[in-house]
Design a protein around this ligand. Sequence first.
Ligand SMILES: [Fe+2]
Ligand SMILES: [Fe+2]
Length: 161
Amino acid sequence: MIELPASMPRDSKGAYAYLGSVVTPGIHDLELIVLLEAAGEASYQGMANAAPNAKVRELLELNGKEELDHANRVIEAIRILYGKSVRLPPPEYNPFYIVPKIDALSKDMLEKAVGGELAGEKMYNDWADRIDNEEAAKLLRLNAIEEHRHADRDSAAIQLM
Ligand SMILES: [Fe+2]
Ligand SMILES: [Fe+2]
């Protein structure tokens, strides 16, 4: 189970704000990302549930599924960097895992998602540049590439609204 230090935020907004200040990630930062990526599936599921049509729903569900892949890549990076094996946490052990109840999905929500994905792309690339292990850096760069693809899918969904 992932045990975050008491000083770390337990809400997504606070966690993302905190991560914006991290220059070179340590193990707890990477563990925080594992939780947030796993929770990303829930955020996308909430949006997908409120999608106005099947195509938008499909795009959002695809993004959500890949957030779990991102969590697993960061778990692998932790193993490479620290020799620690971390398990993907079940939702009940993840304080960030909340499926939002959305009445009607708006373009505004999807635009915010685009911004979040592009910020995620930048964070992963910045971290990959700073960690001193090429194998782990490669995993973070793969996540960055997919965060960009998520932003593209969210933009495509906006066009389909
Ligand atoms: Fe992700
Ligand atoms: Fe993403």
